[in-house]
Ligand binder design. Structure first.
Ligand code: BGC
Length: 406
């Protein structure tokens, strides 16, 4: 038994994003999913992982060989079931929750805000507060209204003005209800996938497009920050940055670019640093995967990342995502325990870490992979929408309650 003794007021929770859980969205992703689902299901058929797909994945629905897997569709129907889902989070002792607002719902047509959807998110925020959970609100988690993507998305400099206008609207509406905002989720990782690797819409492979998007995202964050602070100077505003642990110094220029360059450009426009930490990225050797999507988890890496971020920025840190795809729930409990151990070590050494959010509350639509990877504390049966709390979620709950690790 290790007494962790997290600081008073430390936030423990989990995270989701609108497109991955809500269901029935209409945005750039939904269109892209429909166009690509068939090819994707066939490609995985041709390229199974070494040794083939494990049975426990193929027996679940939908699985990587099925077209439905790649279409977000109803997702977890969280749009209608958020109250029930927050009841589960509350029963697990969470005192905070991160979720995102879907821009395409709020502004489905240029300049026309849908008040009904704003009221929906007001209900979501109220539901969290009623359950004693602090809302952490992401303003953009990778999806764009169709009218924005049709005009070139973040490659187009004008998108900055559209985005700020949408954020101002949200901030006006919720200025007394929300303290913590995340403007952009993992802008660098998103831009790399959308414009370099070609995994996300618009699926380009162009350095120029990548550069334009990168530059615009940086501007967009800075402008949004100042616009929101004018509405309420007490807002706490940041971004999230996906920071992996790279295991070689030879990696350092790439490491610097991927992990810190963007953060550096927005240093003056962040009240805190939001970190999404998942894994170790090996350089010369092969990865030793221990998650269903072949990532190599490495809890101690989180400690090194926290140290590095603190050394560079000296700002409060929130871990806004940390999770594992583990359909059989074999490794998740240990994953959470070990990461929290290193979070506590970081706090002991004087680093100002203020919260930990497991990714994710629910199994959900995992972007280019579709539904088969299972990240949830809560298992979702996509046919019936039945929720089943996993054992690991109870162990996380126990850590929260007793501040102890076994
Ligand atoms: C993203 C999430 C995603 C998770 C697991 C993060 O980079 O923000 O939306 O589900 O990684 O891949």
């Amino acid at each position: 038994m290790e007494n962790l003794g997290f600081p008073k007021g430390f936030y423990f929770g989990s995270a989701t994003s609108s497109h991955q859980v809500e269901g029935n969205n209409r945005n750039d992703w939904t269109e892209w999913e429909k166009e690509n689902a068939k090819v994707k299901s066939q490609n995985v058929k041709l390229n199974p992982p070494a040794g083939g797909w494990p049975d426990f994945i193929l027996q679940k629905y939908p699985n990587p060989l099925q077209e439905e897997n790649y279409i977000s569709g109803k997702a977890c129907d969280h749009y209608s079931r958020f109250q029930e889902d927050f009841d589960i989070a509350k029963s697990l002792g969470h005192n905070a929750h991160r979720f995102s607002i879907e821009w395409s719902r709020i502004e489905p047509e240029e300049g026309k805000f849908d008040q009904k959807e704003i009221e929906h998110y007001r209900e979501v925020i109220r539901a969290l507060r009623e359950r004693g959970m602090e809302p952490f609100v992401t303003l953009w988690h990778w999806t764009l209204p169709l009218w924005v993507s049709q005009r070139g998305g973040f490659e187009n400099r004008e998108t900055g003005a559209y985005f700020v206008r949408y954020c101002e609207k949200i901030a006006q509406e919720f200025k007394n209800d929300v303290t913590f905002f995340i403007t952009l989720n993992e802008p660098v990782l998103w831009a790399s996938n959308a414009y370099r690797i070609g995994n996300f819409p618009p699926q380009k492979k162009s350095f120029i497009s990548f550069y334009k998007a990168f530059r615009n995202l940086h501007r967009v964050h800075a402008q949004t920050y100042h616009a929101l602070k004018k509405i309420n100077p007490d807002f706490q505003i940041g971004i999230t940055q996906n920071i992996g642990y790279f295991d070689s110094v030879l990696f350092s220029p790439i490491y610097y670019f991927i992990n810190f360059f963007f953060l550096k450009t927005v240093t003056f426009e962040t009240d805190y640093i939001g970190i999404d930490y998942y894994r170790k990225i090996p350089f010369l050797r092969k990865s030793k995967p221990n998650s269903d999507i072949a990532w190599e988890t490495y809890p101690q890496g989180l400690y090194f990342v926290l140290k590095e971020v603190w050394r560079r920025f000296k700002k409060p840190i929130f871990i806004l995502e940390n999770g594992i795809a583990d359909a059989e729930d074999k490794n998740r409990a240990r994953f959470i325990q070990e990461h929290l151990y290193w979070v506590k070590e970081a706090i002991k050494s004087g680093i100002d870490v203020r919260g930990y959010f497991y990714w994710s509350l629910l199994d959900n639509f995992e972007w280019e992979h579709g539904f088969w990877p299972r990240f949830g504390l809560v298992e979702v049966d996509y046919k019936t929408q039945e929720r089943k709390t996993r054992e690991s979620a109870k162990i996380y709950a126990d850590i929260i309650k007793n501040s102890k690790l076994t």
